[in-house]
Design a binder for this molecule. Structure first.
Ligand code: CA
Length: 230
């Protein structure tokens, strides 16, 4: 999952970024409102953390302009402690959740994961995959089991599997995967989508990810289910 972190306080941004990477997010960081506006308008983020007090363009204006441009990604706003008017303004501007500073970073991560699940219509963090339901993916604990046995995936492998799992039965193109799995600076050459899919198939079974000619990939779901098992 790819997150845009908009925060001008460098120390706080570094702490949040580290926690998000630990939770297997891909993180792009913007330190002012204009950069945030541009990135949010042009890149497909799964969720955004938006500080309201920002240089160059304030966070509320950024959010208003994203929503006016029909950018619908879930947005969690960071407000100053006790500033209840900021919460109201943020929610009115189209925010999906808010947290007041200072906040516990673990709670921020949990709320972002919940926002992503809600946006994709997946209610619980555990998802069963494979035609026999043999693979279990826990999006909160960031673990994967094959027939009850834990399997170690790299961060990139996990992100690809988790993204596909939340897309359900629809095919997902390589372009879409690329946009959601890598940050701007990632060296993509040795980690192309095809290579990552091949590694996942070796670890979790060749049938788990099916190739749809001309469309991309489709995740195998338990037989008889149209969407991810939740
Ligand atoms: Ca600020």
């Amino acid at each position: 999952m790819r997150v845009l972190l908009v925060e001008d306080n460098a120390a706080l941004a570094a702490k949040v970024r580290a926690a998000l990477i630990e939770a297997r997010f891909v993180v792009d960081h913007a330190a002012d409102g204009e950069e945030a506006l541009f990135l949010g308008e042009t890149e497909p983020y799964d969720v955004v953390v938006l500080d309201l007090g920002l240089p160059r363009l304030d966070g509320l204006s950024v959010l208003h302009r994203w929503r006016a441009a029909a950018r619908t990604m879930p947005v969690l706003v960071l407000t100053a402690r006790g500033a209840w008017t900021e919460k109201v303004e943020g929610l009115n501007a189209g925010a999906d959740d808010y947290m007041a500073k200072p906040f516990a970073i673990g709670e921020l991560v949990a709320r972002l994961q919940a926002l992503i699940r809600r946006a994709r219509g997946v209610a619980r963090p555990e998802i069963s995959l494979g035609h026999g339901g043999e693979v279990t993916l826990d999006t909160v604990a960031a673990t994967v089991n094959l027939e009850g046995t834990p399997v170690r995936l790299t961060g990139l492998e996990f992100r690809l599997l988790a993204y596909m799992a939340q897309c359900g039965a629809r095919p997902v193109s390589r372009t879409e995967l690329t946009e959601h799995l890598y940050d701007q600076d990632f060296d993509r050459d040795s980690n192309t989508i095809e290579v990552v899919v091949g590694r996942i198939r070796r670890k979790l079974g060749a049938g788990l990810i099916e190739t749809e000619r001309g469309l991309g990939y489709r995740i195998a779901l338990p037989v008889g289910k149209a969407g991810p098992s939740t």
